[in-house]
Design a protein around this ligand. Structure first.
Ligand code: SF4
Length: 225
């Protein structure tokens, strides 16, 4: 990769999971992938247990579909590294399958899935037309088409994450409906940092020097003696 001046720039490998984190909240992505912050909540604990089951390294064939679990993934072209929960081979074509604990919310997981598809295409030299997301709380599997729109959004998000890692920037906290379900709520303190200006004023007021009262009965003479 060449920078504008023509000098070689360091290619930063981006963890595939960072795309989902960034899509959910850029600050969450920076806390995890720039500041290396990690905290557990009910969702991450359930997710970790679910992934430990999936990441068992087994190979299974069910109804003619071969499935490999816990497959390492990478892409030299896109600078991606990560792991697929499961890669199925349907009629010989790879289909990445990502397991999620909760319900389907937004399109965050689609970006992660598409990044897995980009890696598989480069590693295996075959097109990946679909992936699948399985949400345990819904007990439902969604087939996701790896269409041009999803590929474009995935690459745009990947570049945004790479810029964030390169700049080491920590974005402001949106402090909105996403926060109560965020595993980093306690580390982030969104309601505090979102009101940084107000808290700065409290701090200034707290330490402002107050002139001492003078005159009869204030003890000013005794103090000054
Ligand atoms: S608590 Fe809210 S602002 Fe902070 S990282 Fe999570 S979603 Fe983002």
């Amino acid at each position: 990769m060449l920078e504008p001046g023509g000098t070689a720039a360091e290619v930063i490998d981006v963890p595939i999971s960072a795309l989902e984190h960034y899509s959910y909240c850029p600050r969450q992505c920076a806390l995890i992938h720039v500041e290396q912050t990690f905290d557990e909540n009910q969702f991450t604990i359930r997710g970790r247990i679910a992934h430990e089951r999936v990441d068992s390294g087994e190979e299974r064939t069910t109804r003619g579909v071969r499935a490999l679990r816990g497959i390492p993934l990478w892409s030299e072209q896109y600078g991606l590294i990560g792991r697929a929960d499961v890669v199925e081979f349907q009629a010989g074509r790879p289909v990445p399958v990502e397991y999620k604990v909760g319900k389907r919310v937004g399109a965050h997981a689609e970006l992660q899935l598409c990044a897995q598809a980009l890696c598989l295409e480069e590693m295996l030299g075959v097109p990946v037309a679909i992936g699948a997301l399985y949400f345990r709380q819904e007990r439902r599997r969604y087939d996701i088409a790896m269409d041009d729109s999803l590929r474009r959004r995935t690459v745009e998000t990947l570049e945004a994450v790479r810029d964030q890692i390169r700049s080491q920037a920590l974005p402001p906290a949106p402090a909105d409906a996403r926060c109560p379900n965020c595993s980093l709520f306690n580390a982030c303190l969104p309601s505090v940092v979102a009101r940084r200006a107000a808290h700065w004023r409290y701090q200034v007021d707290l330490f402002r020097a107050v002139p001492l009262p003078t005159g009869p009965g204030t003890g000013a003479r005794d103090r000054d003696a």
